[in-house]
Every structure is written in C-alpha cells, then in structure tokens.
Design a protein around this ligand. Structure first.
Ligand SMILES: CC(C)(COP(=O)(O)OP(=O)(O)OC[C@H]1O[C@@H](n2cnc3c(N)ncnc32)[C@H](O)[C@@H]1OP(=O)(O)O)[C@@H](O)C(=O)NCCC(=O)NCCS
Length: 189
C-alpha cells in the first residue's frame, strides 16, 4: 500500500494529484521561496512553513479553487503545482496558475502536458468555457506553454509589475473550449 501513489489526472508525461500535507509542505516552501522561481510568479514576500501548510490544508476545500501537484509520470518525482483559481460557475470561467519548482525540469514539455490535461478536466469535467492566465512579459516559458495549449493573447497591462528595479508589462491570455477541442483531439492521438 505504501508504494501506491495517489493519482487524480493522468497525462502523457505527468500525473496530477491533490497535495499531501505530510510530504508536500517542504516542497512548496522551497519552491515558492527560490529567487529564480519567484522572479516569474506573483509572490514577492518570504513564505513560511505555516503559511504553506495552511495553503495545502485549505486547498480544494471550496469550489473556487483546484490545486494539484505535478509529478513526472515515470519517476514519480513531484516537480511543481498547477491549479484552477477564481472559478466562476455563472460565467463558467477560471484562471490557471502554474509553478514548476524543480528548475531542471523547465522547458521540457512537462508544463504543456500538465496544462493540456488540466484544461481537459476544466472543460470536460467541470464544464467550464473559458480559462484565463497571465504572465510577466519576460516569462517566455509561461507564455510559450500557454500558446501551445491554445491560449491567445487578449491584452497587455502596461507597466503593471515592479521587478528587478523596473516596471514590466503583464500579458493576459485566455483559451476557449471551442478553440481547444481540436487541439486536444490532436494531442491525444
Ligand atoms: C511556466 C512553466 C509552468 C512552463 O512549463 P514548462 O514545462 O517549463 O514549459 P514547456 O516546456 O511545456 O513549454 C515552454 C515553451 O515555451 C517556449 N519558450 C521558452 N522561452 C520562450 C521565450 N522566451 N519566448 C517564447 N517561447 C519560449 C519553449 O521553447 C517551449 O516551447 P517548445 O516546447 O515549442 O520548445 C514553468 O516553466 C515554470 O513553472 N516556470 C517557473 C514559474 C513560472 O513561470 N510560473 C508561471 C507564472 S505565470
């Protein structure tokens, strides 16, 4: 039993599973405080173990957020998290957030596989219609993996975020189910 791992979504390269309070707090704590990771996400203040524990404890408690851990399918190594946030059941929209904290796994297609499968869950299980995301303009990998998944740029918030001594644009992206469906059919062939 001990070697059996929990699985929620099975992709080609990764699986997505709910966070585990016993094993994931230390990982989240390390990932979110890493300066190279933080450079790309909204968090700017140090995060403590207590806060990460609370984040995991509260994950998936309401119907507005889905928070999952990304694990490499073959090796079972947890490499990051991905989720749906601010789910709006009236408009049938949500926002995606993504963080691969194990930096050696950046740019190897794990984010794209996790996102395609999370979108499948959002569209085919939760019956959502439009999924949004945003990224700092210098975050090519984030914009790139979203474009792979059918997101289109909807707009740019000029000089929105202060990082590394200057202001940067925020790129707003979104994907509609109808535009994603053909991509998914191709993806799962
Ligand atoms: C963003 C993130 C989830 C993407 O996952 P990933 O596994 O690294 O991304 P993928 O390898 O699936 O896809 C990235 C794509 O962007 C492309 N890319 C990289 N740099 C780019 C750039 N400067 N401009 C355009 N595209 C770029 C890559 O070439 C790749 O496309 P390819 O497969 O055709 O080569 C991950 O890199 C990450 O968590 N980074 C740190 C935290 C972060 O940025 N979170 C998102 C905050 S909005």
């Amino acid at each position: 039993m001990e070697n059996q791992k929990t699985v929620f979504i099975i992709g080609k390269k990764v699986i997505l599973r709910p966070p585990d309070i016993n094993t994931d707090v230390e990982l989240f704590y390390r990932w979110i405080n890493d300066p190279e990771v933080r450079h790309f996400v909204s968090a700017v203040f140090p995060s403590g173990i207590k806060r990460e524990r609370e984040w995991i404890e509260n994950a998936n408690k309401d119907d507005k957020n889905v928070i999952l851990v990304i694990e490499i399918k073959d090796s079972k190594i947890p490499i990051g998290t991905m989720g749906l946030h601010r789910i709006d059941w009236i408009s049938r929209t949500a926002f995606t957030g993504a963080l691969i904290g194990e930096k050696e796994f950046w740019g190897k297609g794990f984010g794209t596989d996790a996102k395609m499968n999370l979108l499948n869950y959002a569209f085919s299980t939760l019956n959502l219609r439009k999924i949004c995301s945003s990224a700092l303009s210098y975050n090519g990998r984030s914009i790139g993996h979203n474009l792979h998944c059918g997101y289109k740029v909807e707009g740019v918030r000029k000089n929105q975020h202060f990082r590394k001594g200057r202001y940067w644009d925020e790129v707003m992206l979104a994907v509609f189910k109808k535009d994603w469906d053909p991509l998914w059919r191709e993806y799962i062939k």
